[in-house]
Design a binder for this molecule. Structure first.
Ligand SMILES: Cc1cc2nc3c(=O)[nH]c(=O)nc-3n(C[C@H](O)[C@H](O)[C@H](O)COP(=O)(O)O)c2cc1C
Length: 184
């Protein structure tokens, strides 16, 4: 598993080559199996192929034009009713609900599964999140109980795997027995 974890990259150049629904569903299968608090499984996915809808999403996602080349934009939402049944819900970037943190946390695990499965399958992807809920929600008709966690272009890479982005060294994040104690 470390192999895919090490080789995965955010890819921002795609071939025009299409990706089959079966391949997308296989990625979503890897997300479906993710762990979640209380097994609440808050995630939902919208597979976007329509050029008009893709363009609108890209405009909402800070006009990241490179996303256009990807044949599919996969949108992941998280459902707060897994945690709290009664609305009204006002889920945006400034919401302070504890349940929102929980569903975003769980959906993030599912998305990471999906990114790793894409790497395993020879597909290219990049999690994007440079948007506001209010801009993306109406494009897709996302109901108020859902929070949009990411828009993920998926395709085949038109570039070699870029060099790894820097990561913090292990020793800067590991403590033993108590915070700040780096010595075992
Ligand atoms: C929550 C989240 C949001 C991101 N949003 C964007 C984005 O809007 N545009 C983009 O180009 N990359 C985006 N990225 C990709 C990161 O820039 C990338 O993961 C990071 O630089 C490390 O590079 P790597 O994925 O190739 O290892 C996002 C990643 C995450 C996890």
């Amino acid at each position: 598993m470390l192999k895919e974890i090490e080789s995965r990259r955010s890819i921002r150049k795609y071939l025009t080559r299409d990706v089959m629904d079966k391949q997308i569903l296989n990625l979503i299968e890897s997300a479906r199996l993710a762990p979640s608090g209380d097994n609440t499984q808050p995630w939902n996915f919208i597979v976007v192929r329509s050029a008009a809808i893709k363009n609108a999403l890209i405009a909402a996602d800070h006009h990241q034009k490179w996303m256009k080349e990807a044949p599919v934009l996969l949108v992941c939402t998280a459902d707060i009713t897994c945690r709290r049944k009664d609305g009204p819900f006002h889920l945006d970037e400034n919401s302070s609900e504890p349940e929102l943190k929980q569903i975003i946390r769980d959906a993030a695990i599912a998305i990471e599964n999906l990114l790793l499965e894409a790497e395993h399958d020879g597909l290219a992807a990049c999690w994007t999140g440079w948007f506001d809920q209010k801009d993306v929600r109406p494009i897709l008709g996302v109901p108020e109980n859902q929070y949009v966690c990411g828009i993920i272009p998926i395709g085949y890479a038109a570039e070699a795997h870029p060099a790894p982005r820097p990561r913090r060294p292990l020793e800067t994040m590991v403590y033993y027995d108590s915070w700040g104690n780096s010595i075992k």
